[in-house]
Each structure stands twice: as C-alpha cells, then as structure tokens.
Design a protein around this ligand. Structure first.
Ligand SMILES: Cc1cc2nc3c(=O)[nH]c(=O)nc-3n(C[C@H](O)[C@H](O)[C@H](O)COP(=O)(O)OP(=O)(O)OC[C@H]3O[C@@H](n4cnc5c(N)ncnc54)[C@H](O)[C@@H]3O)c2cc1C
Length: 264
C-alpha cells in the first residue's frame, strides 16, 4: 500500500509573518520553514497505517528549497521518501494552484497510491482548502477530521469526531481516497537521528521541467484568488497592572478587571 502525506513547510508561529506589499503574498524566502504542526498528526497516522498494513509512506510538499529540512525531519520520524515540488513558477500560489501542483505530482510520481492524508489546516494560512481541492483534482472521495481508520480490501472505514455536535461519525469510502487527519489526535513520534542521517538521499526534488504543467495554471498566474487590501492589526499598549496581597483576593480582583475590560 502507498500512503501519500501532504505536508507543508510552513512559517512557524514563532516567526513574524511578512507580506509582500506589491503582490499581497506571504514572504517565504529567507524565512526558516518547519513542518506545519498539524501535518505531523497526518504523518503519524500514515506511519501507523503502514505499521499495520505494510507498504510505504511518501511525503509530498510544494515549497521553496528551504523546505528541505522539514522533509528531513519527517524522514527522521520514519517516512520512507519525500518529494519536493519546487520551482520559481510555483511562487505566489493560492490554494487552488497549490492543490493543482500537488495533485499532478501525485499522478506522475505515485500513480498507484492507496490513500492520501492531509493535515486539518496550516498554521500560517489556515484555509483547510488544500486537502479537499487535491481530492477534487484527482476525482477521489474525501472525509475531513478523521482520527481512526481501518482498511479492508479496496475500502476504508473512517471515524471522525465533530466537536460542535459532540458525536462520532463513521464513513466508508472506496480507495483510493483522501482523509484529513484531525489535529492533536495522534501523538506524533519522536524524530530519530539515525533515521535522519541519510535523509537527503530519500528526497526527490521535482521542478516544472519534469512536471510539464502549463505556466498559466501554476503559481500567481494560476491563482484565481487575489489580495484586494491589507490592514495591519494594532495592539493596545499593555496596562502592566500588578495585583498584590492575599492570593485569593488578588485573583478575584484580576477576574473583576478582566470582566470590566470585556475579556471574560
Ligand atoms: C493570492 C494568494 C497568494 C498567495 N501567495 C502565497 C505565497 O507567495 N507564498 C505562500 O507561502 N503562500 C501564499 N499564499 C497562501 C497559500 O495559498 C497557502 O499557503 C497554500 O495554498 C496552502 O493553503 P493553506 O496554508 O491554507 O493550507 P490548508 O488548506 O489549511 O492546508 C490543509 C493541508 O493541506 C496540505 N498542504 C497545504 N499546503 C501544502 C503544500 N504547499 N504542500 C503540501 N501540502 C500542503 C497540508 O497537509 C495541510 O495540513 C497565497 C494565498 C493567496 C490567496
């Protein structure tokens, strides 16, 4: 079985995000990227399925070359190989152009895939569109927020939990299919240094020369979304109030203050 995991080399939450004022796009050049936090749940899920049913786990990412260290870490977790789709022509992609490149990379390099796994959303754009769009490009069924799955023959039975309804749902789909893995449900395993040692040999880089996609359908040109205006958030100055004295009384005073500010 071949388990393909979509993983984004994202701008970590600890990094101040910069937007190019001309194009309205996120600046990724020169920014250290790391695996989108929630994609590690998807990777863990894929590794568990491989441990149970056999086969291999292939991570696929569309990113600039600075996304390589993120893929090395995933190989350190146990991923068998990784494919990085990287080309200047892919820069400035919205979710549609991103998912198009990912779908075409899968079609070309892993045509016999069994299951595609995506994270629930990313920490630096959080649209949660890409998984569904990849499935649509490939014309396969998909279910989001999955936390458990069982494969029988050419079918997959998945469980998902819906927070608002507080209920579990069960779905059965024909394979190949795509699932997005519910964030925070999988306890991703540690990165092993010994597995990471020869990681570079397991990473294939593909450009648009190999993929041969119409330049009008990728990157900024292939993106129907555009940024119309941008506004920066302004932060109110800190009040620096200190609540002293008896801890019970100061906590009460603190809670009252929060209520007064409309924060509770
Ligand atoms: C007009 C416009 C221009 C943009 N320009 C840029 C830009 O120049 N640079 C930039 O970084 N972003 C840019 N973005 C944001 C970019 O579209 C999204 O970051 C990207 O398409 C992924 O969407 P998301 O982060 O919301 O992923 P989500 O849909 O929230 O991600 C869901 C899951 O899909 C998978 N996934 C998402 N992205 C990738 C990926 N790249 N590779 C592999 N798997 C993935 C992961 O499993 C992830 O957990 C732009 C957006 C718009 C609207």
């Amino acid at each position: 079985m071949k388990f393909v995991v979509l993983t984004k080399a994202a701008v970590p939450l600890s990094t101040a995000i910069r937007i190019d004022p001309k194009t309205g796009t996120l600046v990724r050049e020169g920014v250290p990227l790391s695996t989108n936090q929630w994609d590690r749940d998807a990777v863990e899920f894929a590794l568990k399925l491989r441990d149970r049913y056999g086969g291999e786990v292939i991570a696929i990412s569309m990113a600039p070359p600075s996304g390589i260290p993120a893929l090395e870490s995933l190989i350190g977790m146990g991923v068998d190989k990784a494919i990085l789709a990287t080309d200047r022509a892919f820069a400035g992609a919205d979710t549609w152009a991103t998912s198009f490149v990912l779908a075409k990379t899968i079609e070309k390099y892993v045509p016999d895939y069994t299951l595609i796994l995506a994270g629930e959303e990313t920490v630096d754009s959080t649209t949660a569109h890409v998984g569904a769009q990849v499935a649509s490009h490939l014309n396969i069924p998909y279910v989001y927020y999955v936390y458990d799955a069982e494969i029988q023959g050419n079918k997959i039975r998945v469980k998902r939990f819906l927070e608002d309804e507080g209920v579990d749902e069960f779905y059965e789909m024909d394979l190949p299919a795509l699932i997005s893995v519910a964030k925070g449900t999988q306890m991703p395993r540690e990165i092993s240094l010994s597995r990471k040692l020869n990681a570079r040999e397991r990473i294939i880089q593909v450009t648009n020369k190999e993929l041969g996609l119409d330049p009008e359908c990728v990157g900024l040109k292939g993106s129907p979304t555009f940024v119309a205006t941008q506004t920066g958030a302004t932060f109110p100055p800190r009040k620096k109030k200190i609540f002293q004295g008896d801890p019970r009384e100061s906590v009460k005073a603190f809670v009252e203050e929060l209520k007064k500010e409309g924060l509770l």
